[in-house]
Design a protein around this ligand. Sequence first.
Ligand SMILES: *Cc1c(COP(=O)(O)O)cnc(C)c1O
Length: 401
Amino acid sequence: MHTYDSLKAREQKLLMQTYGRYPLAIQKAEGSRLTDFEGREYVDLLAGIAVANLGHGRPELAEAMAEQALKLVHVSNLFYQEEQLDLAEKLLATCLADRVFFCNSGAEANEGAIKLARRYTQIVKKKKAYEILTLQGSFHGRTLATVAATGQGGRLVEGFDPLPAGFTTVPFGDAKALEASVSEITCAVMIEMVQGEGGVRPLSQDYLEAIKDICHHYGLLLIVDEIQTGLGRTGRFWAHEHYGLKPDIFTSAKGLANGLPMGAILATEEVSRGFEPGCHATTFGGGGVLSVVASRTIDILLDEKLSERAERVGSLARARFRGIMAAHPTKVAEVRGLGLMIGIELTSPGKKVWEALLHKGFILNLTQERVLRLLPPLTIAEEDIEAFACILDEVLTSWNA
Ligand SMILES: *Cc1c(COP(=O)(O)O)cnc(C)c1O
C-alpha cells in the first residue's frame, strides 16, 4: 500500500472528521516546493494558507528556533520575557499601533480584539454597547464568537446554537446598509481589507472611506482582521496601508511566525486602555521560541523587501491571468486581488479545474466553489507563476464550464 493510502486510512480512523482534505500527503517542503511520499514535487501556490510567506524550510528560522529551544522554551506570561519585548518593538515599528498582545492563532486574536473593543467601550467609555457589525462573506475564525462574527452560514454555524449574541452581519459593499444597522448598542465594525475565504474580495477605497466616516460619526471602533492580509501578503506590510487607514485595533496571525502558531492583537494607546491586569490572558502567547522566530520572520520580510516583491510579482501575475481571462471569456469571470493574494473567479463551479491543476503539480485553493485562490510564498519565482499560467491556460482550454 502507498504511504498516502495508509495515511488516509489512519486519518479516517483516528481523527475527528472536520476537514475535507486534499488527496495528498506532503513529506517535505522547501522554498516553494512541496514533495509527497512518492517523491513527486508540487509548486506551492498556497503557502499553507498564507502562512509560509518566506517560503518553506528557511534555515535562518530553523537555527533561531533551535538556538532558543536550547535556551528557553516556555515560562509563561507571569514573567517579563526579553524575546517577547524584542518582537513587540519590531512588530510595532511596522505599523501605527502602540501596543500588542500576543496569542496563538487567528481566531484567538479576533476573539481578543472583540473583547478589547467591548471592554474599552464599556469600562473606559462607560457606554453600554457591545454589538460588532461584520460584513457578509467575511471569515474571522472558528471559536463561538468568531463564527458568530463570520458573515457566512452553513457548516460554519449549523448545530452550534446558541451562538454568542452581539454580532450583526451586513451586506458587503453597501455603506448605507451598514449605517442603517448602527444603533446605541453598536460598539465596533470589523472588516478584512481583502476578504480571503470570501473569495479574494478587496474593499474599494470609497467603501472604506464610508465605513471610516460611519465609525467616526457614531463613535465606533474600527477593527481590521489582517490575519490573512498582513505580513507583506498584499504588497504592503499591512493591507490597511493601501487605504491610508489607521485602525483602532487590528489582528495578525497566519504568516507571523512563518509556520509556528502565533497571533497578535494590535491597538492604539487609547483603545489599549480597555485591558487591565487580569482581564485577558493566554498561557502560550509570545513564548520564547515563537517570539524569536517571529522576530526573524519580520527581519527577513524587511531585509528581502518582500512586500515590495509581492506588489511587483503580484501585479505581473494578475496581468498575465487577465490575459488568460481574455482568451477564455466564457470561463473566467474576473481576476482580482492585491499583491500576492490573488483570486481567479471562474464562471461556474471549478472543482474540475482545481483537480486538473493539482494533477499537473500546482497546489492552490478553491474557495466559494469558483474562485481559484493563490497565496504563494512571497519568495515565489516568477518562472513558477509563468509555468502555472501556461498550465491554467491549457486546463481551461479543455474544461467544459
Ligand atoms: C485564517 C483566518 C482566521 C482564523 O485564523 P486561525 O488561526 O485559523 O484561527 C481569521 N481571519 C482571517 C481573515 C483568516 O484568514
